[in-house]
Design a protein around this ligand. Structure first.
Ligand code: IPM
Ligand code: MG
Length: 358
């Protein structure tokens, strides 16, 4: 029987709570499927590790992860450590060396969940945002000199490369092609940023020629926020730069009812390195340790992981179980206006998996 080796890394805040719930559910998925097993190895990297060792993870951290089939990640960030240290010390220190260049963020309204949009009941909003995950505004290029002096200078340089843009466009077009509507929107800001973003647009048009069956259009990022809100049904697959997609995916999650359900995958599509799967929500210190974190984002994330591993029936079974649970409002956690606990939701998903009749 196939055994998948999974690195389980809770990280900070509610991360360990939701990853624990994810591991529990994935074990039931494997048991229920009968065709594969999961072997989890825990990692205690994150802000507590930083307080003890002065680093978020060991120097060879990313290399230690190479031998796994996938990584299940919780969250990173602590109130007493600057965010740029925690982010660059852990998440980006894994994504970048493992070249997880395609960040995929599906958004749809799960049964039982209400969109804040008046005219949206569900089917009108079904998107996948593809976030460039290796360069752009998050390249880490820049510097700061003369700190604190009147002449202080600081730069963050957004780097776009032809190979970097080409590969994310190809990935996005291919994903759009695999979805029923075959529709892609390329987000840009080439009216104001006249170098890299113009190249971004040009490469999109070049790659589009390889996908004649995909309908595509271009949208300025500011206008995109309006379109997502006013005409959500006109969108399907969306590709955007690292920062643009970061911002748009929070909007997408809110429009779909809660950040507590939004999943993401950091993929190396060529599978040369393990991919990393994480809920979008972050560490949420206000509710850490209270047992009320919404584990649904992690379950959806776990489903994306199963899909990446090639376990399609288990993926579908898990999503169906999650949807059965979200449809029941008494199983909503406080972020969705309910009173349920992480444990109640997790147990309910496990029960739904066990009683699934497919
Ligand atoms: C995300 C998050 C991160 C990001 C934060 C935690 C730095 O917002 O994954 O969307 O900006 O990439
Ligand atoms: Mg974000």
């Amino acid at each position: 029987m196939k055994t998948y080796k999974i690195a389980a890394m809770g990280g900070d805040g509610i991360g360990p709570e939701v990853v624990r719930a994810g591991v529990q559910v994935l074990n039931v998925c494997a048991e229920r499927d009968g065709g594969f097993k999961m072997e989890f190895t825990g990692f205690d990297w994150g802000s507590d590790y930083y307080r003890k060792h002065g680093v978020m993870m060991p120097a060879d951290g990313a290399d230690q992860l190479r031998k796994f089939d996938a990584i299940l990640f919780g969250a990173v960030g602590a109130p007493d450590i600057p965010d740029h240290i925690t982010l660059w010390g852990l998440r980006l220190a894994i994504c970048q060396p493992l070249d997880q260049y395609a960040n995929v963020r599906p958004t749809r309204i799960l049964p039982g969940i209400t969109s804040p949009l008046r005219n949206v009941s569900g089917p009108e909003l079904d998107w996948v945002i593809v976030r460039e995950n290796s360069e752009g505004e998050y390249s880490g290029v820049g510097g700061r000199v003369h700190q604190g002096l009147p002449e202080e200078v600081a730069t963050d340089v957004s780097i776009m490369t032809r190979p970097g843009v080409t590969r994310i466009m190809r990935f996005a077009f291919k994903l759009a092609q695999s979805r029923p509507r075959k529709l892609l929107t390329v987000v840009t800001k080439s009216n104001a940023q006249r170098h890299a973003m113009v190249m971004w647009d040009e490469i999109a048009a070049e790659v589009a020629k390889e996908f004649p069956d995909v309908t595509w259009d271009k949208m300025l990022v500011d206008a995109m926020t309006m379109r997502m809100t006013m005409r959500p049904q006109t969108l399907d697959t969306i590709v955007a730069t690292n920062l643009h997609a970061d911002i748009l995916s929070d909007l997408a999650a809110a429009l779909a009812g809660s950040l507590g359900i939004a999943p993401t995958a950091n993929l190396n599509p060529e599978r040369k390195t393990p991919s990393m799967f994480e809920p979008i929500h972050g560490s949420a210190f206000d509710i850490t340790g209270k047992g009320i974190a919404n584990p649904v984002a992690t379950f959806w994330t776990a489903a994306m992981m199963l899909e990446h591993l090639g376990e399609k029936p288990a993926t579908d079974r898990l999503m169906k179980a999650v949807e059965r649970v979200t449809a029941n409002k008494s199983l909503h956690t406080p972020d969705l206006g309910g009173k349920a606990t992480t444990k109640q939701v997790t147990d309910a998903v496990c029960d739904a998996l066990r009683s699934a009749n497919d």
